[in-house]
Design a protein around this ligand. Structure first.
Ligand SMILES: C[S@@+](CC[C@H](N)C(=O)[O-])C[C@H]1O[C@@H](n2cnc3c(N)ncnc32)[C@H](O)[C@@H]1O
Length: 285
């Protein structure tokens, strides 16, 4: 398969917004990566990978980038893609977890999660997935032992699989609005010996399995706007002592998202920045 790489470079501010917009697209690029220049962190570039040649100007418009951001669009030679998936995507370490492709192994002593690079979001290489896993790891270190877990917007299933491997006896539910992601996450779970996770398609909490049910832990890595819209439903899914790990919000959106949860009487326990994104740990006390 020939993949196409489209790169826009320039000041970081609009690139953060562009990366969020491109990630939120239903039929968007295969992957979205954001890079800061080492010598000047206010400048950087966004790399978008496509399975077919994209229309760079149409993408520019969708991403909301001006003509000041030069576009470079080129096919990625096959050997580069293989290299990218084999060495360009090294194992990702997040606390006790290590996400890796089949070309690699997890370092010894880590809980290994096998996720191949593919169309669903969540190989662990994004700051939001890693932020959720790091927050989860810290909660486990602090003695938190959830018996029931919900992963809303599961993507590759990485967070639900991490929960299953760390909490062998917990009930784990995982949903996604995208039925393809549900299929892929179920396949990934099987490869990781986590086939008993209950995966299903749902828009937010609009599913019979989620009616009047509460969880000890809810993951939701699904962008700022849906996190604000879903705040009442996520709040209802938490009983006293329950925790929600929220990500997909830019650092600049953390106050707005926090406000939606504070307004429900929930407590913001942590707010951790990572690569321009924020992860919130929200608790019902
Ligand atoms: C940023 S990805 C996160 C994937 C994975 N949980 C992770 O942390 O890597 C967001 C996922 O949420 C899903 N999603 C977006 N809106 C949703 C909604 N309203 N209800 C359920 N899933 C949704 C998307 O299809 C996508 O797979």
């Amino acid at each position: 398969m020939t993949l196409w790489k489209l790169v826009f470079s320039g000041p970081m501010g609009p690139l953060y917004a562009a990366s969020e917009t491109m990630m939120a697209l239903e039929n968007g690029p295969l992957s979205v990566s954001l890079f800061e220049r080492e010598e000047d962190e206010t400048e950087g570039w966004i790399e978008l990978l496509y399975a077919a040649e994209p229309d760079a100007e149409a993408v520019r418009e969708t991403a909301g980038l001006s003509n000041d951001y030069p576009a470079i669009c080129e096919p990625l030679p096959e050997e580069d893609w293989v290299k990218l998936s084999q060495s360009g995507l090294p194992p990702v370490i997040a606390g006790r977890f290590a996400l890796h492709g089949s070309h690699d192994a997890a370092p010894e002593g880590k809980i290994a999660i096998l996720i191949e690079a593919g169309p669903a979001f969540g190989t662990g290489h994004h700051g939001t997935t890693r932020g959720c896993l790091i927050a989860f790891d810290a909660l486990l270190d602090g003695g938190f032992e959830p018996d029931s877990v919900l992963d809303v917007g599961t993507g590759t299933g990485a967070l639900a699989i991490a929960a299953r491997l760390a909490l062998p006896h917990a009930e784990i539910l995982a949903s996604d609005i995208d039925p393809d992601a549900v299929e892929e996450s179920a396949r990934n779970a099987e490869k990781n010996g986590a086939a008993d996770i209950d995966f299903f398609a749902a828009d937010g909490f609009d599913h019979v399995k989620l009616v009047a049910k509460t969880f000890d832990l809810v993951f939701a890595n699904i962008l700022a706007r849906p996190l604000i819209d879903l705040a009442p439903a996520i709040g209802r899914a938490l009983h006293d002592g329950s925790v929600a790990i929220l990500s997909g919000l830019l650092e600049s959106q953390a106050d707005e998202v926090s406000a939606a949860y504070l307004a429900l009487g929930l407590h913001i326990e942590r707010q951790d920045p990572l690569e321009g994104w924020s992860t919130l740990v929200v608790r019902r006390i």
